[in-house]
Design a protein around this ligand. Sequence first.
Ligand code: NAP
Length: 270
Amino acid sequence: MPRSVMLLEGRSIVITGAGSGIGRALAVALATRGARVILVGRRAAALAETAMQLPVGVRSLTVVADITTAAGRAMIVESCRNDGLDILINNAGIVASGLLSDLGDAELQRLVATNVAAPIALIRDLLPLLRLSDRPRVVNIGSVFGDIGHPYFAAYCASKFALRGLSDALRRELATDGIGVTYAAPRATRTAAADGFSDLVAPFAMVLDEPAAVAARIVTGIENEADTIYPRGPERLFVWLQRLLPGVVDRALAAKGRKVRRLLEARPTA
Ligand SMILES: NC(=O)c1ccc[n+]([C@@H]2O[C@H](COP(=O)([O-])OP(=O)(O)OC[C@H]3O[C@@H](n4cnc5c(N)ncnc54)[C@H](OP(=O)(O)O)[C@@H]3O)[C@@H](O)[C@H]2O)c1
């Protein structure tokens, strides 16, 4: 028998990166469903702005914390002690684009620390609290670039491939504990992170979704306790093509990549 849709009303949900973009849209959408949202990010003002956008009367908490530090993660754990935790959404992330030869060590370390190491450590740290919930779930916000290795996003793709691998492995590991794991893979979305690759949008014919639409799809996926959430549209086809005929995707993206290379060589380096 299919499981009933999970009601989000009254659920305690941690959202990392809730101060902007997809994280903010998720906070608004989940709070609108009656969830209690715990907003995490490094900028207090950005979190306050998100809190202002929540429906009146909703229960929320802001936690100013850096998820890449043990102290930041400890603050998140502490903030959940009293009211418990039902769902952790690992949304905070950074996007790096451009030629790999232009990527410095500091940026590379920040990318891997934020997109890979921190979500793994945060799940581990919150497991004891998640185990106390009657319907616990971890939601990892990946990307279609976690399936499709895209030129000029090599390190970012590697981080999202890692997050997808983590999600698959943990889904199997945590099934015994009754903890569900969802991997969500949005396509390009109109956020601050996307500003960093705006020069690649037209050459690669990317379509930018609005954060609210992405969040709505993810919330429906959470309610349905989906293992994976992918966008509709051509990207979904490309994900399948990547799995079945990777050589075709290789040739198509390499050809496009050759055309774009000169543009990137002219990009000012940070
Ligand atoms: N935009 C896209 O095209 C796209 C497509 C697919 C997937 N995604 C994924 O969607 C997620 C959200 O990105 P977005 O597009 O909404 O970008 P965004 O607006 O830049 O949001 C990223 C958020 O992460 C937070 N953050 C970054 N480092 C952090 C840290 N160390 N500790 C705590 N919070 C941190 C940032 O807040 P603070 O700076 O205040 O900490 C920011 O609010 C990311 O995982 C991204 O990879 C984005």
